[in-house]
Design a protein around this ligand. Structure first.
Ligand SMILES: [Zn+2]
Length: 400
């Protein structure tokens, strides 16, 4: 079936950004076409251009009006912790009363409180929670989304979380990419014995998840008080050997040279980077490892932002994410992250649009399938009721 979509106020193809590998995004890279037409055949884009240039061969095909909306590639959310149980609103209330994140964790909150609730939850509860979260992302333009385990921290409960992702995929067209993240925190049973925990993950857990093909990526929280660079090396070596691609939570609260480690290991992305060093910035800039920034978490916890301007100016490939999680960023809105990135990280509008589409797809190794509207690519667009694409970051997360 061939359909000709017309009455598209603006169509952002991002073909220029693709040609430039998502580095130094400019207005030209967005490939903005005014009053565009898009020809789709069996869910694949055949032609995109100005309506007045529509090839004569399509002139008799079925016309569909886009209602004057602005089109861009479906958004890609490349970093979430969507599968969990329990609320952390109480933690937030304590922080509003002046307690620090660390003090709240000591008082029984923090990651480990989510772990306790998640271990007790049934698969049905977790699935229902994840479905609600996923549809919140979908209603804000997302067509491809990554989900991490990491709130189970026993083999059994980590498998339960990854099975929930597998089940969730049956109910949605959104492309879901699961990440195995047992090294998210040291669980209570291994307190003070983190090297034993790392050994268990390597000898038993990674082989089991690989055997059952439950995840594409493996992720480690490289951070003081969590997992050292040495432990991350041990974990990542085993994960690579078992066929996983790597992502790292790096240089978030302290500068442990996590970014350098990620580049050295060929990770698809290094995420957070609020405390990345100058050397780390240089390494990221000269690699194809994507820098995934999560400005919503910085805003929500009143902590430092990542040096986004420096990263982009040096030539790094920068993506934006909500880092959706119950503790530090319970937002399902990439458009809101665009606004925060423009206002606080001083990014330009082309930079935030590329960061939430094509570059986020790169952070998932999916840049051939997502983030660009071009002939031969699968048809998946976000249709937004705005007068121009600049209104998307301008609308404070409310563009739909
Ligand atoms: Zn995270």
């Amino acid at each position: 079936v061939i359909q000709v979509f017309e009455n598209i106020r603006q169509c952002l193809t991002l073909q220029g950004a693709e040609a430039n590998q998502g580095r130094h995004p400019t207005e030209e890279d967005l490939g903005v076409i005014e009053d565009a037409a898009v020809v789709v055949e069996d869910e694949v884009v055949r032609w995109v251009g100005s309506k007045r240039d529509l090839p004569i061969e399509y002139s008799q095909e079925k016309r569909v009006s886009a209602g004057g909306r602005v089109w861009l590639p479906s958004l890609v959310e490349c970093h979430t912790h969507l599968v969990f149980a329990g609320s952390r609103a109480g933690d937030f209330a304590k922080r509003c009363r002046g307690m620090s994140y660390q003090e709240v964790a000591k008082a029984g909150g923090g990651i480990l409180s989510t772990v306790a609730h998640t271990r007790e939850a049934t698969k049905e509860t977790l699935l229902r929670n994840a479905q609600i979260g996923l549809s919140a992302f979908e209603s804000r333009g997302v067509g491809c989304l990554e989900l991490k385990s990491g709130y189970g921290l026993t083999l059994e409960s980590e498998l339960k979380l990854l099975e929930v992702v597998q089940e969730l995929q049956k109910y949605t067209k959104t492309d879901l990419l699961p990440t195995f993240m047992p090294a998210h925190a040291v669980p209570p049973e291994f307190l003070g014995k983190s090297s034993n925990y790392v050994d268990a993950i390597c000898s038993e857990w990674i082989p089991e998840v690989a055997r059952r093909k439950l995840a594409v990526f493996f992720d480690v929280f490289v951070e003081e008080g969590y997992f050292s660079v040495k432990q991350a090396r041990q974990l990542c070596a085993k994960a690579l050997e078992s066929g996983f691609k790597l992502k790292l939570h790096a240089d978030q609260f302290s500068s442990l040279a996590g970014a350098q480690l990620g580049v050295e290991l060929g990770a698809v992305s290094c995420d957070h980077l609020e405390n990345i060093s100058e050397q780390g910035i240089e390494k990221m800039a000269r690699s194809s490892t994507v820098a995934v920034l999560a400005p919503g978490a910085s805003l929500f916890t009143s902590t430092a932002y990542a040096p986004a301007r420096r990263l982009i100016d040096e030539g790094a490939i920068v993506a934006l994410s909500t880092d959706f999680n119950p503790g530090t960023c319970p937002s399902h809105s990439l458009p809101l992250m665009m606004t925060i990135a423009c206002a606080q990280l001083k990014l330009t509008i082309p930079e935030v649009l590329v960061a939430t589409t094509l570059n986020a797809a790169r952070a998932l190794g999916r840049e051939k399938s997502w983030g660009c509207i071009a002939p031969g690519r699968a048809f998946s667009v976000w249709q937004v009721a705005v007068q121009s694409y600049e209104e998307i970051p301008y609308s404070f997360g409310e563009a739909v």
